[in-house]
Design a protein around this ligand. Structure first.
Ligand code: 5GP
Ligand code: MN
Length: 339
């Protein structure tokens, strides 16, 4: 993988471009891809953003989101776009299997694949150009850096500002996580100067849910959460029937995993959701508890040091048991952890 800086001098020659992201995109995946989209179109490139799957309704307000192609609903036209593309930007993921059913066509396309991402252990051999930096708060921050380093800060408009702000805000837990560097605050200042109305973005993302979803959270916290004080850990396990009962949609469960971390002393929080075809896991931690390694070792996943995910084909009950076993295998780290 060559440095992404090699692209700077090529930006002015219009190309066919596809921008893609990980499946079930979150605020950073959607924010970074749409931010890059609104930048590249200014050069006359033909740009299409493709998501491997559907996404949460609370992202729909984002400028350009209505034009994003849902791969699962448009397989043949999306395949054609990917086959004909000259550049394929891969944002907010670093192994092609994170694009689910798109992996094969991404690999067989003759396009140059370009990586912009902040996760650990990138699959560098499949990218022609790229930047991978695990110290970055978000891929959206990296898109901002890409635009500025290429010498085009003047092209950052209100649309780009809203998209980048969404990515940085959601991936930093609203500027709370340790990844929130001075550079992050400086870039937000720049976005404000470009006309960003940050309060409106926050409201659009966090105050746009259904009544059902709030009642679902009540049920989950009351009935589906188990706390393991001896391991400073907690687990939320959600059966498929709950998702049906409360009419839970893509994105409605995002952020739930953080709730147990608000209990005094809890340093590792996990959630496992029975999604029918698989059990999807999320892990969050504080301080020295490395959930990237935890997710890789026990749940076929990965991510960041303090935020990771995984999945399993086993039953919900088996995954819960596997989690408890994993806790006991890490007893020393978890129970002797000093706050
Ligand atoms: P979330 O728990 O919000 O789904 O994901 C937390 C972090 O872990 C994100 O950065 C996400 O990209 C990553 N992640 C989530 N699930 C998986 C997975 O199954 N495999 C890998 N490698 N990373 C994941
Ligand atoms: Mn991200």
């Amino acid at each position: 993988m060559e440095s992404i800086n090699h692209l700077f001098s090529q930006l002015k020659a219009p190309r066919k471009v596809v921008i893609t992201m990980h499946q079930k995109p979150d605020g950073d995946a959607m924010g970074s891809t749409l931010g890059l989209y609104h930048f590249l179109v200014q050069f006359g490139h033909t740009v299409t953003v493709i998501s491997p799957t559907n996404w949460a309704g609370f992202l729909n307000w984002m400028p350009g989101c209505q034009e994003v192609v849902d791969y699962e609903r448009n397989v043949s036209s999306a395949n054609k776009l990917i086959e004909e593309a000259e550049w394929i930007f891969c944002l907010d993921f670093n192994t092609l299997n994170r694009t689910k059913n798109m992996e094969a066509i991404l690999l067989s396309s003759g396009a140059e694949r370009i990586l912009i991402d902040h996760h650990q252990q990138p699959q560098t051999e499949v990218f022609a150009y790229g930047v991978s930096d695990t110290t970055k708060s978000s891929t959206a921050e990296m898109v901002f850096d890409f635009i500025v380093n290429a010498g085009y800060e003047d092209k950052i408009n209100k649309n780009i500002a809203e998209c980048i702000y969404t990515g940085v805000m959601t991936d930093t837990g609203s500027f709370r996580f340790p990844s929130t560097t001075a550079n992050v605050h400086r870039l937000i200042a720049t976005l404000k100067e470009k006309g960003l109305e940050h309060g409106l973005v926050h409201e659009a993302i966090y105050d746009n849910f259904s009544e059902n979803r709030l009642r679902f959270i009540g049920n989950v916290l009351l009935n589906r959460m188990e706390v393991f004080y001896e391991y400073n850990s907690a687990l939320i396990a959600i059966p498929a029937a709950d998702l049906v009962k409360y009419d839970i949609k893509t994105g409605d469960t995002e952020g739930l995993v953080n709730y147990p971390l608000s209990i005094e002393g809890i340093k590792l929080a996990a959630i496992v959701i029975d999604r029918g075809e698989e059990r999807k896991c999320s892990f969050r931690s504080k301080g020295a508890v490395d959930v990237n390694t935890f997710a890789r070792k026990y749940f076929n996943g990965g991510g960041h040091f303090n935020a990771a995910g995984g999945q399993s084909k086993d039953s919900l009950e088996q995954v819960v048991l596997a989690f408890k076993t994993a806790l006991s295998e890490n007893k020393e780290l978890l129970s002797t952890y000093k706050f």
